[in-house]
Design a protein around this ligand. Structure first.
Ligand SMILES: [Ca+2]
Length: 135
């Protein structure tokens, strides 16, 4: 998946707010991996950011992690439930390239914790995420 429709051709727009819900089958979790990221950096990701929530709702209690900058996180983001909400928000200045990411369903008990990589055949390719909103 990509941060915006014209990823690679043009930077993302100002004032974006996009939400994607990625849903795995029962007893699976969602594994989300950035392949490339260029999102305006600020220490606290105050300006542009990608936020992750457990489940499908944007609630403080289900907030998992917030990411910005240009460094691909070393580990993928794995939900503890069957769904993961991804929220991409940008402010009104300084737009960058955006992000390219992939995701799949895994069964967490099969994750090799040394490498964060699932082993064995217990992964599933998922359909495109359900897209909620775009402004
Ligand atoms: Ca910005």
């Amino acid at each position: 998946m990509v941060s915006h429709a014209l990823y690679g051709d043009t930077n993302y727009q100002s004032g974006e707010s996009c939400e994607w819900v990625i849903v795995a089958p029962d007893n699976y979790q969602v594994e989300f991996s950035f392949e490339h990221i260029e999102v305006e950096w600020e220490e606290a990701c105050k300006y542009d950011r990608v936020r992750f929530y457990e489940g499908e709702l944007m609630e403080a209690s289900s907030h998992k992690i917030t990411i910005c900058g240009e460094k691909v996180p070393e580990r993928s983001i794995v939900s503890t439930r069957e769904s993961l909400l991804v929220v991409f928000e940008t402010d009104d200045t300084l737009n960058k390239k955006g992000f390219l990411a992939s995701f799949r369903a895994i069964q967490a008990e099969f994750i090799d914790t040394r490498y964060g990589e699932p082993e064995g055949p217990r992964t599933l390719k998922l359909e495109e995420p359900i897209y909620i909103s775009f402004t």
